[in-house]
Write a protein that binds this ligand. Sequence first.
Ligand SMILES: C[S@@+](CC[C@H](N)C(=O)[O-])C[C@H]1O[C@@H](n2cnc3c(N)ncnc32)[C@H](O)[C@@H]1O
Length: 406
Amino acid sequence: MNKNIQLYEQSYFASCSMGLENILSKELQSVGAKKVTISRGGAEFKGDTPAIKAVLNSRTASRVLKKICSFEVVDEKGIYNSAVKVSWSNIFNSHLTFKVQSVISNQVFKNSIYTSQLLKDAIVDHFRKAKGERPNVNVSDPDVLFILRAQSSGRGPILISIYVDLCGRPLHERGYRVNTVAAPLKENLAAGILLISEWGADSSTLVDTMCGSGTFLIEGALIKYNIPPCFMHLRSKKVWALQKLNFFAENKDLMLAFNSEVQDCLKRSVDGLTAMRGSETCLFGLDIDDKAVRAAKENTIMAGMADKIALTRGDALKTSSPVKDPGNKALVICNPPYGERIGDINKLDEIYYLYGENLKNNFKGFSAVIFTGNLESAKKISLKPQFKSPLFNGRIECRVLRYPLY
Ligand SMILES: C[S@@+](CC[C@H](N)C(=O)[O-])C[C@H]1O[C@@H](n2cnc3c(N)ncnc32)[C@H](O)[C@@H]1O
């Protein structure tokens, strides 16, 4: 092996929306991850068993990636020259399909398709030489996904790191979203906002006053009743990408640990849904748009929670608390239009002002949380935020604003 190439064992990276790194790192620690180090948009950590547990249990991760190797290059061609020396046939078998995706900034290399192609060629040429046959590429639904990251420290060589994905479909795709609205939140982002807002097992009432497709309500139920985010995938017996990789399939102890975690998740899903069905309804959603209420209904039916999530058509600017006594850690949350994808920008200031007034008048005893990318309109709310947490929704810089309502 070339001295320039560093190979890794038990090294992982979990990615998330920028702003959720601290919450993600706590989740990783709770599944036993070691040496958790936060970086922009995710966290690195150590441990094979924690990694497979994170795939099943993390509410905020987008993907969990296993680090394969890193090396330095001075230009794109260096990617092929180093990568062709790595034993890709130890990582997966040639009957599986694969795809390479590159995450590079413009300052480093201009063309991510070219860097992906160079790694793809290196993998194929390695297989041909080592095995006499090559795996095929599948760009839409590969068995194995490699991620190439290029980082530059300014001048000098560029560091290439190559990871393999353990998840398959990204983790935000929980499987319950069968209908949607114009600007739904990703499920893992909604879960992260709820966790930042301190929604938990001991929280009483959750009201989403602009519920759209119902993401906060379903994620809120999952958190409150300790149902793992993979609950739908357990029902459909999804095959996770990690199950196709040799490091897993050739390690009996790891397979046992995975099977035992799947059983544990199944038990928590059944227990959580049973507890939810046996309790008073404490999750309430409304939306001014009939279509959104229908979408949320279909999604709650898909999640098996329709009986315990109350949905109505209503106006957030006029509605009042659906419960007399909000109870412990009650939360009224919303992700209002912020003019980027939906919402008439001229009316937004007034909507935010009136919403703030309605919270003050009709939601005493709750904490109010607003997740928005429109920081100017948010200033029209005449309440003092207890905290403002920066969080990205895709490329849009947003804030989680929390207001105690006395
Ligand atoms: C950004 S979307 C919410 C998306 C939602 N968080 C999800 O994940 O699907 C904003 C929602 O606010 C609703 N809305 C706008 N004004 C409203 C009002 N005055 N009262 C209730 N809902 C309103 C819209 O119909 C839309 O569904």
